[in-house]
Ligand binder design. Structure first.
Ligand code: ZN
Length: 206
């Protein structure tokens, strides 16, 4: 008798639905399928990311949507403006949502964010018990929901979120790429200006 084909191939052909049974999610890289409203909510997060970029913040936006489709939180990165390294879009949006919801448990809510959450924000998603996290661009260097590693696979983490990745991926990538390209240009221009001997008089000469 031949055994049945192994259904746990390492290279699935497309997004794999996550089973909802409680014993699942022990693997490192669960992926769920996007719902019909995911594109619309990610568009809202993208718009926030663009606003952040226009203000000189790293362009990441996040929204929190409850089970009835209400937006409980919406924020973009504000680390520069608030002088707070923890002021990431996800943390700010989750804080708003907890206040709006009147409970720190956001059990039936979805967090949408343009880029894969960092370890801090993935931790915040777990602590608030959101049921789903939807993001656009994976982060293989620092992403904590399957990009670099999956924080939910750590022993002792007892909350699992369904993860949907790749929603508006090209758009979220483009927003980040444009921001960092522009920043590099500005940095190069400053270096060039600093090497120019006949630039405007220094403050000390005034
Ligand atoms: Zn973060």
């Amino acid at each position: 008798m031949q055994p049945p084909p192994d259904s746990t191939s390492e290279q699935p052909a497309g997004p794999q639905p996550v089973a909802t049974s409680p014993e699942v999610a022990t693997g490192p890289d669960p992926v769920a399928l996007p719902g019909e409203n995911d594109l619309r909510h990610m568009d809202a997060a993208l718009e926030l990311a663009r606003q952040a970029g226009a203000l000189g913040e790293v362009p990441v936006g996040a929204v929190v949507i409850d089970k009835d489709g209400r937006m409980l939180g919406a924020a973009f990165n504000q680390s520069v403006a608030l002088k707070d390294a923890t002021a990431h879009a996800e943390v700010l949006a989750l804080r708003q949502a907890q206040q709006a919801h009147g409970d720190f448990r956001l059990t039936d809510c979805t967090l949408y964010v343009t880029k894969e959450p960092c370890p801090m924000c993935a931790g915040a998603a777990i602590l608030t018990r959101v049921s789903r996290v939807v993001f656009g661009l994976s982060d293989p260097k620092a992403g904590a929901m399957g990009g670099a590693f999956n924080v939910m696979a750590l022993p002792g983490v007892n909350h699992r979120c369904d993860i949907v990745r790749g929603v508006r991926e090209s758009e979220t990538h483009a927003v980040l790429r444009q921001f960092f390209t522009q920043r590099r240009k500005e940095s190069a221009a400053r270096r060039e200006a600093a090497q120019e001997p006949d630039a405007t008089p220094s403050d000390e000469a005034l």
